[in-house]
Design a protein around this ligand. Structure first.
Ligand SMILES: Cc1cc2nc3c(=O)[nH]c(=O)nc-3n(C[C@H](O)[C@H](O)[C@H](O)COP(=O)(O)OP(=O)(O)OC[C@H]3O[C@@H](n4cnc5c(N)ncnc54)[C@H](O)[C@@H]3O)c2cc1C
Ligand SMILES: *[C@@H]1O[C@H](CO)[C@@H](O)[C@H](O)[C@H]1NC(C)=O
Ligand SMILES: *[C@@H]1O[C@H](CO)[C@@H](O)[C@H](O)[C@H]1NC(C)=O
Ligand SMILES: *[C@@H]1O[C@H](CO)[C@@H](O)[C@H](O)[C@H]1NC(C)=O
Ligand SMILES: *[C@@H]1O[C@H](CO)[C@@H](O)[C@H](O)[C@H]1NC(C)=O
Ligand SMILES: *[C@@H]1O[C@H](CO)[C@@H](O)[C@H](O)[C@H]1NC(C)=O
Ligand SMILES: *[C@@H]1O[C@H](CO)[C@@H](O)[C@H](O)[C@H]1NC(C)=O
Ligand SMILES: *[C@@H]1O[C@H](CO)[C@@H](O)[C@H](O)[C@H]1NC(C)=O
Length: 538
């Protein structure tokens, strides 16, 4: 037992991260001053620091807002945006945030579904954004089958560089080409090669990051525990990852893709029901994703449309015969298939016409999948096939007409995903999962009332599906960020372990405690923080 006085002293000491440091910045000028005092090369750099008073502040802020829900005047905004071009500028930013107790948020591609890389639900806690838009170098080593990619690159740039270097090399990551490498790799990153090669984060060999002290670390110097944590433990908790060394995987050329629609009238219910227990057992070379939404079958009737999107690492003839023997229900024909390079397949699956130039992948601004929609996303993992009657009931929610766009996306697991241990990296959703679900609500109209209607709808849908998905915890994918499942709140310096465990268990399962341990070691003062960053246990 500690004597009461000592206990009091201890409690006071626990508050020290606050009282030690200077008070939070009152104005963005303070931060700018601190930054300028750090290094004269910072002072001479012009396009580096943007405050709300800078003419280009809005342009820089909006440059990678990828969810128009947060593109409003009311959304809380960074006190300062820094767009560094050198390591020392990043080190200076980390230093100034740490010294002054300011939240630091890193932004790479800006696709966070809750906008946490550039906004916050809490207006009273100022934050700085370090935007890695200038860190986009990629170097591909064909003989070694590796690449270094900086975090500010988008997936499309990475794919383009790999595909141009060799038609037989590829990287297993997501299908939306504007997604940033930094956030995507930090949270896992799945795509059409997942069943053969696992996640993006499963294929990382080394990394360069700047930690909370401003030190530049690589795999050897950060330690295996930190290297483990940054591969799937979610962004913005452990440091600023500047670059990743990845394994390039071998793919044949050509590969084959198809996109086939089935409406309810075309037996969608039977086929989707079958898909649930077939897609995860197909050869690893074949990934068939599924998108379920409503569509007008005529001017007067609305129906369900299930779209099967696939990539097969092989020729169309073998795909058609494989499908005839393993999944005849879909009725795949040779004319549904298109053979193309893996790079062209990434163009196709990014939503462009399949004959588009591969250069569309370099375009950071236009994404046919993203557009100017507002989004709310949630996720689930399914371990037992959902019965037909339940599928129909769930799909019924999609008909709630005044709600507009709702879509259910399903990605089959199995294959390589079943072979990787659930603690190999922090991403825990491995063997035992048939598929991952993403629910997405999207809308165009402005206004809080409109937003609440759509967000309310997706929350109901999520409640509705509870009986059919993983339980205790009801798992979720950290890259489909969802603040409904829990939050650290606005004053994240006071986040308790228990508060964070509510959402942490869902994203990371039994890996959550190890993430907290690593965080406590590498960022005890919680410099890198947001509403769902791993809290230190101090
Ligand atoms: C249209 C769309 C399509 C998507 N498709 C897929 C898909 O096919 N597969 C899939 O797995 N996911 C997909 N996602 C989810 C995507 O992987 C995540 O949103 C991912 O976190 C985005 O990374 P980003 O760099 O673009 O986002 P950001 O908003 O920049 O970052 C996301 C989070 O990571 C942190 N972070 C960013 N950069 C760094 C860094 N360098 N170091 C440390 N922390 C960092 C940020 O602070 C933030 O907390 C999609 C998302 C969208 C919007
Ligand atoms: C954000 O709003 C600005 C205008 O205020 C607009 O130019 C830009 O395209 C918008 N971006 C998104 C993603 O909606
Ligand atoms: C200032 O920045 C330059 C260039 O990036 C770097 O070489 C130098 O070491 C930095 N100095 C300090 C004190 O950080
Ligand atoms: C990118 O590579 C170029 C050429 O090697 C180099 O000059 C530049 O400094 C690099 N940029 C960053 C941000 O690392
Ligand atoms: C699938 O349906 C959508 C919407 O009705 C349509 O645009 C698309 O062309 C269809 N695709 C195929 C392959 O039939
Ligand atoms: C479907 O039909 C309804 C009613 O005619 C219409 O309001 C809606 O815009 C149509 N949807 C699509 C996707 O065409
Ligand atoms: C792609 O094909 C469409 C229709 O066949 C055609 O209109 C378009 O011009 C083609 N685009 C390119 C880049 O070849
Ligand atoms: C979902 O269910 C939970 C608990 O069962 C309840 O608290 C919540 O209000 C429900 N949400 C909606 C949108 O129905």
């Amino acid at each position: 037992m500690l004597p009461p006085l000592l206990l009091l002293l201890l409690l006071l000491l626990l508050q020290l991260p606050h009282s030690w440091s200077s008070p939070p910045f009152k104005t963005s000028q303070d931060f700018t001053q601190c930054l300028l005092s750090q290094n004269s090369t910072v002072a001479t750099h012009t396009n580096l620091i943007y405050t709300p008073a800078s003419p280009k502040y809005s342009l820089v802020l909006q440059s990678t807002i990828r969810d128009a829900r947060f593109n409003t005047t009311l959304a809380p905004k960074p006190s300062v945006i820094v767009t560094p071009t050198s390591l020392s500028q990043i080190q200076a930013s980390v230093h100034c945030c740490r010294e002054h107790g300011l939240q630091l948020r890193v932004r790479s591609g800006g696709h966070d579904y809750e906008g946490l890389s550039y906004t916050s639900p809490y207006p009273n806690y100022p934050f700085v954004v370090v935007d890695l838009v200038n860190f986009r170098n990629i170097s591909v080593d064909v003989p070694e089958k590796t690449a270094w990619v900086q975090s500010g690159a988008i997936l499309g740039e990475l794919y383009h560089r790999i595909g141009e270097a060799s038609p037989n090399l590829a990287f297993p990551a997501g299908s939306c080409h504007t997604v940033g490498v930094g956030g995507h790799f930090s949270g896992g990153g799945f795509g059409f090669l997942m069943r053969k090669f696992g996640l993006a984060a499963d294929n990382v060999l080394d990394a360069v990051l700047i930690d909370s002290k401003g030190s530049v670390l690589d795999r050897a110097s950060m330690g295996e525990d930190m290297f483990w944590a940054i591969r799937g433990g979610g962004g913005n908790s452990f440091g600023i990852v500047l670059a990743w060394k990845v394994i390039l995987v071998s793919v044949p050329s050509p590969v084959t893709v198809f996109r086939v629609n089935k409406t309810l009238e075309q037996n969608a219910l039977e086929i989707v029901h079958r898909w649930q227990s077939v897609a995860n057992k197909l050869p690893k070379e074949l990934m068939i994703e599924l998108a379920v939404t409503t569509t007008n079958s005529s001017t007067t009737t609305t129906t369900i449309r299930a779209t099967f999107n696939a990539l097969f690492q092989g020729r169309s003839n073998s795909l058609v015969s494989l499908m005839q023997s393993r999944f005849p229900d879909l009725g795949l024909r040779k004319e549904d298939c298109q053979e193309m390079s893996w790079l062209q397949a990434m163009v196709f699956h990014a939503g462009f016409p399949s004959n588009s130039s591969v250069d569309v992948l370099l375009d950071r601004t236009i994404s046919p999948l993203v557009g100017s929609f507002k989004y709310k996303s949630k996720s689930d993992y399914v371990q037992d096939a959902v019965p037909k009657a339940a599928l129909l009931k769930i799909w019924g929610k999609l008909f709630e007409t005044d709600v507009g766009g709702g879509i259910i996306l399903m990605a089959p697991f199995g294959g390589r995903m079943d072979e990787i241990s659930d603690s190999s990296i922090p991403f825990p959703h491995r063997a035992g999962n048939l598929y991952q679900v993403q629910y997405l609500s999207y809308w165009i109209n402005d206004g809080e009332e409109e937003a609440q209607k759509h967000i309310g709808w997706i929350r109901e849908l999520y409640n509705f599906t509870a009986p059919y998905v993983s339980k205790n915890p009801r798992s979720a994918y950290v890259n489909y960020r969802d603040l409904d499942i829990g939050s650290n709140g606005g004053d994240q310096l006071r986040t308790s372990y228990g508060m964070a465990k509510a959402w942490g268990d869902k994203y990371f399962g039994k890996n959550f405690d190890e993430l907290v341990r690593v965080k406590t070691r590498v960022d005890p003062h919680n410099v890198f923080r947001n509403e769902q960053s791993i809290p230190p246990n101090v």
